[in-house]
Design a protein. Sequence first.
Length: 117
Amino acid sequence: MKDNQTILEIAVKAADAKKALDIEVINLIGLSSIADYFLIVSGSNDRQVAAITSEIEDKLTEIGVEPKYKEGIRGSRWIALDYGDLIVHVFHQEERELFGLEKVWAEGERLELSDWI
């Protein structure tokens, strides 16, 4: 099993490869028992949301990491992939604004991603 930083970096790069919008990682260590990190990204349309999700899954599968749970796969505008310590949220832009996960987890540290993308 790969370490959390490696899994997170691969997921971020996969999202970026499919031109995900507003890529954000929130560090939840010490704030939540749900996960250590949220990766939150947006797609501009349903096809892009699906493509981002597939790319993340494919790249993590290549290193032997499979999601424990998936939610919202068919026709969804918000897809969640649960990798244990990392939960990936792939939103259609409008749903991301509506649900505002960044506001809910405002006390979580935002990670600097410039070294990865």
